[in-house]
Design a protein around this ligand. Structure first.
Ligand code: BGC
Length: 356
C-alpha cells in the first residue's frame, strides 16, 4: 500500500513555493514501513514492527520539511553526483579541468552547493505486494560544475522486511558519478550508537588526511581497529586511540569489500549491525565495492531537532553509504566512476531488517 500526503511547502534552495509530498509504503507481509519524501528523494523513516507489537523507528529523521531544508546532515537523502569528498573541488576528465563548488573547506562534499539532496523529484508510484516509488530528475550539463546532462533515478522498493534502493543514471557526455544514500541508522530507536555490534567482511579501508581525503593507501584491516570481520561494538573502534580514527574524528572511512573493486560486482551481503539489546538486526547487501562507515561525528554541531523533538546528538546515528571510493574522480587507480554516454549506471543496495 502507498499513501501519499502533502508534507510541506518548500522555501529554500531554489524550491520556494513548491509542494513536497511524503509517501508511506507498507505491505501486509512486511513488518517494515518506509516513509519517503520527494525533497532529496529522502527516507524520512523506516519503522519496524517488533515481536511484542511495538513499532521502532530504525533511522533518524527531522520533524518537518523546514528542518530538513536547514540542517546540514543529509538525513536520509540521495547524495550525488558524487558522494563524499572530491579533493580541491576539482577533477580532470579527457584533458579538461572541471571546478566544483567547495562546500567543505577546500573540497567539494556530496555533490556541492545544491546537490541531489536538495532537489524536489518527480515521483512514480507503483502499488503492489512490493510497493515502490521511483524518484527521478534531470541534472543539466554543468550543474554544480559536472559535465553532461544526467538523467537519473532512485527507486525504493519495499521487499520483504527490507528496503531496496535501485539507482540508475544516463549522461549525454562523459562524466563522473557515485550515488549513495545518507540515511542514519539507530537500531535502538535513539541514544548513542556505541553499543551497536558491527560486522563487515571489508578487509581493507582507506585512511584519510585531516581534510578527510583518502591518502591513496588501501590499508588491510587486519590487526587494526578497523577489523570488523568478527562483530565488534562501534565503541571499541571509537575508543581505540587508532591514529586514523583520531585524524578523522571517529569512523568516517571507506571500507573496501573483498574481491576486485575495478570490476562489476554481484549483489552480496557485506554488512550486518545488531542493536545494543540484540533485538533488531540490519543486513546490508550491495553491488558497490565499498561502504563509507560514518559514526555521525559531526551530528549535533548545530543541534537541529529530531523527529521526537530532541536535539540531534553527536554519534546518535551511523551511516552505511554504499559507494565507489571517495575522490575516485581524482584517483584513477581507485574505482572507475566514469559514465560513458549511451551506457547506464546501475547500482543496488538492500537494507533488510530481522527482529528477535
Ligand atoms: C561524510 C562525513 C560528512 C558527512 C556529512 C559523510 O558521508 O563521510 O565526513 O561530514 O557525510 O553529513
Amino acid at each position: 500500500m502507498i499513501e501519499k500526503e502533502l508534507y510541506g511547502i518548500a522555501s529554500l534552495h531554489g524550491n520556494k513555493g513548491r509542494k513536497v509530498s511524503k509517501y508511506t509504503l507498507s505491505s501486509e507481509g512486511s513488518s517494515v514501513t518506509a516513509v519517503l519524501c520527494d525533497y532529496g528523494a529522502r527516507i524520512l523513516d523506516i519503522r519496524v514492527r517488533m515481536p511484542d507489537g511495538s513499532v521502532r523507528s530504525a533511522v533518524l529523521g527531522h520533524p518537518s520539511l523546514g528542518v530538513y531544508e536547514r540542517a546540514p546532515g543529509y538525513l536520509g537523502a540521495l547524495v550525488g553526483r558524487t558522494g563524499n569528498r572530491t579533493a580541491g573541488g576539482r577533477f580532470s576528465l579527457d584533458g579538461k579541468e572541471y571546478t566544483l563548488f567547495r562546500n567543505d573547506g577546500n573540497n567539494s562534499l556530496h555533490g556541492g552547493e545544491r546537490g541531489f539532496d536538495k532537489k524536489i523529484y518527480k515521483a512514480r508510484i507503483r502499488d503492489s505486494a512490493e510497493p515502490s516509488v521511483t524518484f527521478s530528475a534531470v541534472s543539466p550539463d554543468g550543474e554544480e560544475g559536472y559535465p553532461g546532462e544526467l538523467r537519473y533515478s532512485l527507486k525504493y522498493t519495499l521487499c520483504g522486511n527490507g528496503l531496496l534502493l535501485t539507482y540508475t543514471a544516463e549522461s549525454d557526455a562523459r562524466t563522473v558519478i557515485n550515488l549513495t544514500n545518507h540515511v542514519y541508522f539507530n537500531l535502538a530507536g535513539g541514544g548513542h550508537i556505541g553499543k551497536h555490534l558491527l560486522c563487515t567482511d571489508a578487509d581493507r579501508y582507506l585512511p584519510t588526511d585531516r581534510e578527510l581525503i583518502p591518502t591513496g593507501e588501501l590499508k588491510p584491516v587486519a590487526g587494526t581497529a578497523f577489523d570488523f570481520r568478527k562483530p565488534r561494538r562501534f565503541s571499541s573502534a571509537l575508543r581505540s586511540g587508532d591514529p586514523d580514527i583520531a585524524t578523522a574524528g571517529g569512523l568516517d572511512h571507506c571500507f573496501v569489500f573483498p574481491g576486485d573493486y575495478t570490476k562489476a560486482r554481484r549483489m552480496k551481503r557485506h554488512i550486518s549491525v545488531v542493536s545494543p539489546e540484540g533485538d533488531l538486526t540490519l543486513n546490508v547487501s550491495t553491488d558497490r565495492p565499498g561502504v563509507q562507515i560514518y559514526s555521525g561525528n559531526f551530528l549535533g554541531g548545530r543541534r537541529f531537532r529530531l523527529r521526537d523533538g530532541s536535539p540531534e546528538k553527536r554519534r546518535g546515528g551511523f551511516c552505511l553509504e554504499t559507494e565507489a571510493f571517495p575522490d575516485s574522480a581524482n584517483r584513477r587507480e581507485f574505482t572507475d566512476i566514469v559514465l560513458e554516454p549511451g551506457r547506464t549506471y546501475r547500482s543496488r543496495t538492500l537494507y533488510a531488517f530481522v527482529t528477535g
